[in-house]
Design a protein around this ligand. Structure first.
Ligand code: EPZ
Length: 428
């Protein structure tokens, strides 16, 4: 078992290079299944979710070559059977993207029901509705979703809820369908645009990604490509809140400031100074943070994947803040952990009311999911004393080298291995 041990109170100074976007990478890797050639993917984050997704393709028959820590080449031509078993996909929510990619390529997909972060019911009804409009039928047997079609023909799909996953899956299933598919009320997240750009670089005809309406003109085949993934909006946002928590002056390199606007706006409201450059931002926090209210929304609103991290810093802001989680039903499980550190938070359904305290105090806590774990790190950096964070496998799913990156800007953070009641320290 591994833990993170953080001694809070060090101000953060220096530079952090942000990695490629997890949620783009986990859509783009399965999209490779649709190609007839080798895809070289650059700026890939070195995180568990990406390693797992590449491994799933490899075990299905693709050849995967790790060129270096941030570049992989995948040749999907060895994939013959469009089946992803529970053993392969159980740790990954994004494994649902295999449905769209396999269906789009083979007209058939059998994928075990997905796992991933647990914050309430995570339905796939909109994904299946989209596949149905394209001409596929589905059934659920023995924990597997089985989907097949004689042929896929473009259609008009209006999503009942703005869903990243459904938008991705329908794009994947439609790129090689006959004729035009229109997705209305589509998700507009940066990773949707990145996936569209990746598909277009393989020869697809996807237009309008980043707006409410995506139009896809089906093509017969897709070729191999070389593509560089966008920087991770949420990793960048997490480091912005880390600086807000601990105080200091940090420049984040390899970011797209436009993708960070909703986060930047909230942090400025809280008194954090943010300077934007072409592909970097400087984050400075000197004074005590001010309160603010936050409501999560699909892009370009404030991202739900930053909700726990901003809540973590609102616990030490002056005054009372309200956080409204409007995307997921149950994304406040981490609140109990922050309370252990002295935070004053009450939760009523989708609302959290946070009374700012002077400072949090270190405590043993756990990462209840990926972003909840990130929030624990953020809180611990500004807290007095030592915080030990358990269940860090959640954090490692989505953050590359968190110990190395934070150590480089002055944090006191270590990864500790605890085995047979003995504590062994490992390198960052
Ligand atoms: C993606 O999940 C992200 N995951 C999540 O990030 C993120 O929290 C979420 O989008 C919202 O931004 C990946 O990109 C891999 P949705 P996804 O479909 O696609 C409802 C992280 O921390 N819904 O946009 O699963 C659903 O219940 C992860 O990096 C339906 O009702 O989310 C939710 O309330 C965790 N029916 C809302 O839509 C459906 O068929 C948004 O879900 C699909 C979704």
């Amino acid at each position: 078992m591994e833990k993170l041990v953080i001694n809070g109170g060090n101000r953060l100074h220096g530079e952090v290079k942000i990695s490629g976007a997890k949620n783009a990478a986990v859509a783009i890797i399965p999209a490779v299944i649709l190609s007839d050639g080798v895809c070289r993917i650059e700026n890939i984050p070195n995180i568990m979710d990406v390693i797992l997704m590449a491994k799933i393709l490899q075990e299905m028959g693709a050849s995967v070559k790790v060129v270096d820590k941030s570049v992989i080449e995948i040749d999907p031509r060895g994939i013959r059977i469009p089946v992803a078993t529970y053993e392969l996909v159980r740790h990954m929510r994004a494994s649902s993207y295999l449905m769209g990619a396999l269906l789009g390529n083979f007209l058939r997909a059998e994928v075990a029901l997905p796992g991933g972060c647990d914050f309430g019911v995570r339905p796939v009804d909109q994904h299946l509705k989209g596949f149905g409009i394209l001409g596929a039928k589905h059934s659920v047997e023995g924990g597997m979703i089985k989907i097949k079609a004689d042929k896929l023909v473009g259609g008009h799909i209006y999503l009942d809820v703005v869903s990243v996953g459904a938008t991705v899956n329908i794009m994947l299933a439609a790129v090689k369908a006959e004729g035009r598919t229109t997705i209305e009320n589509a998700a507009k997240e940066p990773h949707i645009v990145d996936l569209a750009n990746f598909l277009n670089s393989m020869g697809a005809d996807v237009r309008g990604a980043g707006t409410d309406v995506i139009k896809i003109n089906g093509v017969k085949s897709l070729r191999g490509t070389t593509y560089s993934i966008i920087p991770d909006q949420i990793e960048a946002g997490t480091y912005m809140t880390a600086v807000a928590s601990a105080g200091g002056d940090v420049t984040l390199k390899n970011v797209i400031p436009k993708h960070l606007e909703s986060i930047t706006a909230k942090l400025r409201e809280m008194g954090v100074v943010i300077e934007e450059y072409d592909d970097s931002i400087r984050v400075v926090r000197e004074d005590r943070l001010k309160r603010c209210n936050v409501k999560t929304m699909p892009h370009p609103g404030f991202p739900t994947d930053m909700q726990p991290q901003i809540a973590a810093i609102l616990t030490i802001a002056d005054g009372t803040s309200i956080v409204n989680e409007a995307v997921w039903d149950n994304r406040f499980r981490y609140v109990e952990e922050l309370r252990r550190m002295g935070a004053a938070i009450s939760v009523d359904g989708k609302l959290a009311v946070i009374e700012g305290v002077d400072q949090l105090e270190g405590a043993p806590v756990k990462a209840t999911d990926l972003r909840a774990g990130a929030a624990m790190v953020v809180a611990a950096l500004g807290a007095k004393g030592t915080t030990e964070i358990e269940d860090i496998q959640h954090i490692e799913r989505g953050y590359e080298d968190v110990v190395g990156k934070l150590t480089a800007i002055g944090a006191d953070i270590k990864k500790i291995e605890t085995a047979n009641d003995q504590t062994v320290q490992t390198a960052g």
